[in-house]
Write a protein that binds this ligand. Structure first.
Ligand SMILES: C[S@@+](CC[C@H](N)C(=O)[O-])C[C@H]1O[C@@H](n2cnc3c(N)ncnc32)[C@H](O)[C@@H]1O
Length: 402
C-alpha cells in the first residue's frame, strides 16, 4: 500500500494520510513525533503546530515506519523507547516490550519491601568457621542485596524498583547477553546502580565470596509463560521467542523458579511472579507445593489475576518435600541467630499491632461508659419545674471533664 505523505503538506494532512492507511490515531501521532525528534509527551505540540509543513526528508522515514507498524511491529521497536513505571526505557528487538500489566508486580514488590524491617534487608552475616563463636556483624565485603529480578529483559522491573527505592540494592539477571546489554544501557542512561549478571535463572548468581548462597529479601520475575502452541503467539512474532514461550502449558520456567527460589530467599522473604491470565491457580499450587506461606495473587488493571507470590517461612521447614533445597546448616550457627532476630522483630511488630487494636477497643469502651454515665446523671436529676424553669443547656448535664 502507498501512503501519501508529503513535505508539501501540513502535519495535520500527513496525520490524516497516516490514519487513512489504517494506523490508529495515537500510533500515527507517536510516529510523527518520533521523526520530528520530539518525545511521546509532546502530542500537545502537534496540535499547536498542525499547520506547519512536514520537514523535507521526514516523509520517507515516516512512510517506512508506518509500513512496519501496519505489518504488526510493536511501536516501541520503531521509536526505540517505551515508558514503564514513569521511566523512559530504550528497547529493541532483543527484549520484550515492557507491558503496563507488569507494573502490578512492581507495585507488589515495593509494597512488600516497604513492610520489611531494616533487619530483614540487611546483609546476611558470613558463616563462622567451624568451632568459632558466632559473629553477627557482616564481613567487610558482604554487600546488602535486597531484590533480585530474574529475566530482566530491558531492565524494566529492576530499574523501576531501584528508581523508587534508591536505598535498596537490586540485582538483575537474564539468559540473553543481548537483553542484558539493553538493560545495562538503560541503567547507565537513567543513572541507576543495578548489578547485572548473565545465566539461566539462579545459576546467573555468582557464589558469594564468604561462601553459602546469596539471599534476597524479595525475588521478582516476569518469566516466559506462554504455551509453545498458543494461538496468541502469531501477534507477538516480532518479540524474542525466548522471552515468550515456556513448554507445553507455559509453566516450565515458573516451575523451575518456584522449585529453586527458597535457598535464595531470606527467612520471611517473598517470591513474586507474573504469569498468564489463566495460570494463577496453577502458580499458587506450585508455590504451595514448595512450602511457601501466604500464597496469594494480585489483579492487574484489567481485573485479571496477573501475579502470584508467597513468603518463605520464617522457621526452617525440614519436611523433605518442601525443603529439599533448604537444609539446616550445622556449621553455621549465625543463620539461626539471624532467623531468630527476624522472627523476634516480626513478632514485635505483630504485638505492636495488637496493642494498637487493644487501645482502640479501650477508647470505644470508655466512650460507651461516658455515654451511660451521662444518661444515669440525666435520669437522676429532679424533673424541672415546667412553669419557671429557664431553658436547659444540654452541656450542664455532662460530667465535669466535658
Ligand atoms: C517475559 S520476558 C520479561 C522481561 C522483563 N522482565 C519485563 O518484564 O519486561 C522474560 C525474560 O526472561 C529471559 N529468560 C528466558 N529464559 C531464561 C532463563 N532460563 N534464565 C534467565 N532468563 C531467562 C528472557 O531473555 C527475557 O528477557
Amino acid at each position: 500500500m502507498t501512503i501519501l505523505l508529503s513535505a508539501n503538506q501540513t502535519l495535520a494532512n500527513n496525520l490524516t494520510a497516516l490514519q487513512a492507511s489504517g494506523l490508529d490515531r495515537l500510533d500515527a501521532q507517536l510516529l510523527l513525533l518520533h521523526v520530528l525528534g520530539k518525545s511521546d509527551a509532546q502530542r500537545g505540540w502537534l496540535l499547536a503546530h498542525d499547520t506547519d509543513l512536514l520537514p523535507a526528508g521526514c516523509a520517507e522515514a515516516l512512510s517506512t515506519l508506518a509500513h512496519r507498524r501496519l505489518a504488526g511491529e510493536p511501536l516501541a521497536y520503531l521509536t526505540g523507547s517505551k515508558s514503564f513505571y514513569g521511566l523512559n526505557l530504550q528497547v529493541n528487538a532483543d527484549v520484550l516490550v515492557p507491558r503496563s500489566d507488569t507494573e502490578t508486580l512492581v507495585d507488589w514488590a515495593l509494597e512488600v519491601l516497604s513492610k520489611m524491617s531494616r533487619h530483614q534487608l540487611k546483609p546476611a552475616p558470613p558463616p563462622c568457621p567451624a568451632g568459632t563463636a558466632a559473629d553477627t556483624s557482616p564481613a567487610p565485603e558482604a554487600k546488602q542485596v535486597d531484590v533480585l529480578d530474574l529475566g530482566t529483559g530491558s531492565g524494566a522491573i529492576a530499574l523501576a524498583i531501584k528508581a523508587t527505592r534508591p536505598d535498596l540494592q537490586v540485582w538483575a539477571t537474564d539468559l540473553s547477553a543481548a537483553a542484558l546489554a539493553v538493560a545495562q544501557a538503560n541503567a547507565q542512561h537513567l543513572q541507576l546502580d543495578v548489578q547485572f549478571s548473565q545465566g539461566a535463572w539462579f545459576a546467573a548468581l555468582p557464589a558469594p565470596a564468604h561462601g553459602g548462597t546469596q539471599q534476597f529479601a524479595v525475588i521478582v520475575s516476569n518469566p516466559p509463560y506462554i504455551a509453545d502452541q498458543d494461538e496468541h503467539l502469531d501477534a507477538l512474532n516480532f518479540e524474542p521467542p525466548q522471552a515468550l514461550t515456556s513448554g507445553i502449558d507455559g509453566l516450565d520456567d515458573l516451575c523451575q523458579i518456584t522449585a529453586n527460589a527458597k535457598p535464595h530467599l531470606k527467612p520471611g522473604g517473598w517470591l513474586l511472579l507474573e504469569h498468564g491470565y489463566n495460570q494463577a491457580e496453577a502458580v499458587r499450587e506450585l508455590l504451595t507445593s514448595q512450602g511457601f506461606d501466604q500464597v496469594q495473587s494480585r489483579y492487574d488493571l484489567a481485573g485479571i489475576e496477573r501475579c502470584s507470590g508467597g513468603q518463605k517461612p520464617l522457621r526452617q521447614c525440614h519436611s523433605p518435600t518442601h525443603c529439599l533445597h533448604d537444609p539446616p546448616h550445622p556449621m553455621n550457627p549465625t543463620i539461626d541467630i539471624d532467623e531468630r532476630l527476624t522472627n523476634l522483630e516480626i513478632k514485635a511488630s505483630f504485638t505492636e499491632d495488637l496493642l494498637d487494636k487493644l487501645d482502640e477497643i479501650i477508647i470505644r469502651q470508655q466512650d460507651q461508659i461516658d455515654r451511660l454515665t451521662r444518661e444515669v446523671l440525666r435520669l437522676s436529676q429532679p424533673a424541672p419545674n415546667q412553669d419557671n424553669a429557664p431553658p436547659r443547656n444540654p452541656r450542664d448535664e455532662l460530667p465535669p471533664h466535658y
